[in-house]
Ligand binder design. Structure first.
Ligand code: CP
Length: 320
């Protein structure tokens, strides 16, 4: 099928104007994003990495919190689709002169923006913009709530390596309490039929998380032999208001992925991490750089997933 025809077929399955979280996406919608990303990846492998589909549109990246991967990836994704980009960061902006979040976003929208990518420390900030502005909004991480494109690229990477999601056992390990990545992964993985285990110190597991359909474990060693994929979540010291475990050394001893644990895991266990990684805390350098790690594949796939999200939202917005 010709490139435009295939994209057209995928886009016909998509009607949403915003991507705010995986909680509200159906399994079909998640699969449409994954399939569109796979299509972009196939084209890139054939030397066709640049497209004209968003030519003449403006994509704004509004980052009110630090970011390396998400910000650069969304910016490059927009450029690969030939959009113009506006990159805004809170530091050095007129926020320091008293301008509100909403007024800042309205002023950026007035530049002729059609899609807005938003990261903010407050849960619900992108939802506010989706309600109050005319642009399509993509949530690039809102506090501890959701980080939908990170989960989509995690799930894409798992599907690419394992060939499926249904029936797999995926462990999310670490700071579940403060992790928007965990929440988005849980929604997405469960909708696609995976078994999900959350694992970490009891103080970092939210009460009643089983209601989301996950299993809970407080021992990485107990679950190691059962898991196909392990997603190692960063300890989010910047969001923690008290001490949740005695020391980083003890955390690494009990929950860090190291050579010994790799030896006791399944032969083809896949090791993921959303990053930024803390070498020696969530995983040792030999695991981060070893044969089971797909951490940099996740980053490469993130570009394809974000291209897919921008493409689908743009087509839905211009369809009328
Ligand atoms: N995984 C992730 O969101 O990384 P950044 O904070 O660097 O964007």
């Amino acid at each position: 099928m010709a490139e435009t025809e295939r994209l057209q077929t995928l886009a016909e399955r998509w009607t949403r104007r915003h991507i705010l979280g995986l909680e509200e996406l159906s399994a079909d919608e998640i699969t449409t994003v994954l399939d569109t990303a796979a299509h972009f990846k196939e084209l890139a492998a054939k030397g066709h990495a640049k497209h004209r589909t968003l030519a003449g549109t403006v994509v704004a990246n509004l980052f009110f919190e630090p970011s390396t991967r998400t910000r650069t990836s969304f910016s490059l994704a927009a450029k690969r689709l030939s959009a113009d980009t506006v990159d805004f960061s809170a530091s050095g902006s007129s926020l320091s002169k008293g301008e509100t979040f909403l007024d800042t976003a309205r002023n950026i929208e007035a530049l002729g923006v059609t899609l807005m990518v938003v990261r903010h420390r407050s849960p619900g900030a992108p939802h506010l913009l989706a309600r109050r502005l005319r642009v399509g909004v993509l949530n690039a991480g809102d506090g501890t709530h959701e980080h939908p494109t990170q989960a989509l690229l995690d799930i894409f990477t798992i599907r690419e390596h394992c060939g499926r999601i249904e029936g797999l056992t995926v462990a999310l390990v670490g700071d579940i309490l403060h992790s928007r990545v965990a929440r988005s992964n849980i929604w997405g993985l469960k909708k696609l039929g995976a078994r999900v285990i959350v694992c970490g110190p009891s103080t970092l597991i939210p009460p009643q998380i089983e209601r989301l359909g996950v299993e809970v474990s407080y021992s990485l060693d107990d679950i190691l032999p059962e898991v196909d994929c392990i997603n190692l979540l960063r300890i989010q010291f910047e969001r923690q208001r008290s001490h949740f475990f005695p020391s980083i050394r003890e955390y690494a001893h009990l929950f860090g992925m190291n050579r010994e644990r790799i030896r006791r895991a399944r032969r083809n266990v896949l090791v993921l991490a959303p990053g930024p990684i803390n070498r020696g805390v969530e995983l040792t350098p030999e695991v981060a750089d070893g044969p089971h790690s797909v951490i940099l594949n996740q980053v490469t796939n993130g570009l394809m997933v974000r291209m897919a999200c921008l493409e689908l939202l743009h087509r839905a917005a211009t369809r009328g």
